[in-house]
Design a protein around this ligand. Structure first.
Ligand SMILES: NC(=O)c1ccc[n+]([C@@H]2O[C@H](COP(=O)([O-])OP(=O)(O)OC[C@H]3O[C@@H](n4cnc5c(N)ncnc54)[C@H](OP(=O)(O)O)[C@@H]3O)[C@@H](O)[C@H]2O)c1
Length: 327
């Protein structure tokens, strides 16, 4: 099969499109003919050997995809060839075929095309778990989203609005903030040239925000935490800026606030029923037109690495997708 191939961990420029052996069916698994793969920041880390899990080389990168079930392994009863599924796993989505554990397949709703499905699960799955299960975001609260025009960030903006919050989007350019407002954000802060804490306080009449959604880390986490209201929650989602901030713990005492870790992938393994229930809710919101995933670029397989470069260079808005063409 054709795939984007990582033969050794290293720079993005080393990735080449080539052939890998077709995966063999295994018990409890399905083989998916992949129509499209959604790109995520962890793919950039993974091929460089910087992600917390390292696949065996050679491998096809890509943590997220969607396509059509081609073959089912022994013991799989709830899926059959022809079913449309999305999936999230550690690697293997940027390839014409993927071997996927059957219990990690997410049925694709009738009204969702496979390109959209490839861009949906990671972003909305992560952000919904963060806002619902980890922050307990309530209607009427204020949510500050950092990296708000990125993949998980833009999903958090939309979900925050759908959950009845006032949403403040923070991003590094006017163009990115425009995308956030189009997705429903009430306010924008350009943290490249505005004081994040001062603006967040100003926009909340001095009270501070109730929840911070933070997939960025680096220099933004501490001012965001300092902008929290009494009993606020700071969601630690990721470190796209590269630096893991060190936070003075006295800040949590002074505001009686919480710093809350979010590891969506591990949670889906530990509590698959709750994860499936979240997807049922997310698909209902999609069907009702409340969630409109933004796919700003679609690449063909030969140009997949351009999408990974856009993520690495902080240029992406919303989601980037590779049209793989296996389905
Ligand atoms: N915890 C979980 O379960 C989970 C699940 C999925 C993803 N994640 C994490 O969430 C983060 C975002 O993932 P994503 O796929 O949404 O990525 P993305 O689309 O690239 O968004 C990341 C955002 O971070 C900001 N950023 C700041 N400094 C950056 C830098 N040096 N390089 C790149 N981006 C930078 C950018 O916004 P501005 O330019 O506006 O600052 C960018 O839009 C990643 O760290 C990822 O590992 C965590």
């Amino acid at each position: 099969m054709r795939a984007l191939v990582c033969r050794a961990f290293g720079p993005l420029d080393d990735l080449k499109v080539g052939d890998l052996p077709d995966p063999a069916i295994a018990p409890g698994h399905v083989i998916v003919d992949v129509a499209a793969a959604g790109l995520n920041f962890p793919d950039v880390l993974c091929v460089q050997g910087l992600y917390q899990f390292k696949p065996e080389t050679p491998f096809a990168p890509g943590q997220e995809g969607a396509g059509v079930v081609a073959e089912v392994g022994d013991g799989v009863t709830h899926l059959k060839p022809g079913d449309r599924v999305a999936f999230v796993q550690l690697s293997g989505a940027i390839a014409e075929k993927a071997l996927v554990p059957a219990n990690m397949c997410i049925p694709v709703p009738d009204g969702m095309d496979l390109t959209t499905a490839a861009a949906f699960s990671m972003a909305y799955g992560t952000s919904f778990y963060a806002l619902k299960q980890r922050a307990g975001l309530r209607a009427g609260e204020t949510l500050l989203v950092l990296g708000a025009a990125g993949g998980v960030g833009l999903a958090a903006v939309e979900l925050g609005k759908a959950m009845g919050a006032t949403v403040i989007a923070a991003a590094s350019s006017a163009e990115k903030l425009k995308a956030c407002v189009a997705a429903g954000a009430d306010h924008g802060i350009n943290y490249a040239d505005e004081d994040l804490k001062a603006r967040a306080k100003e926009l909340t009449g001095g009270a501070g925000v109730n929840v911070v959604y933070d997939p960025v880390g680096g220099p933004y986490s501490e001012p965001a935490l300092r902008s929290l209201a009494w009993e606020g929650r700071h969601l630690v989602v990721g470190f796209a800026a590269g630096e893991i901030p060190k936070i003075p713990l006295n800040l949590t005492l002074l505001k009686s606030c919480q710093i809350v870790g979010v590891f969506w992938g591990a949670w889906t393994f530990r509590d698959p029923k709750a994860a499936a229930a979240n997807f049922a809710e997310l698909h209902a919101l999609f069907d009702a037109g409340e969630l409109k995933p933004v796919i700003s670029e679609t690449y063909d397989l030969d140009h997949a690495v351009d999408g990974l470069r856009a993520l690495a260079e902080r240029r992406a808005v919303g989601k980037l997708v590779v049209a793989v063409g296996g389905a």
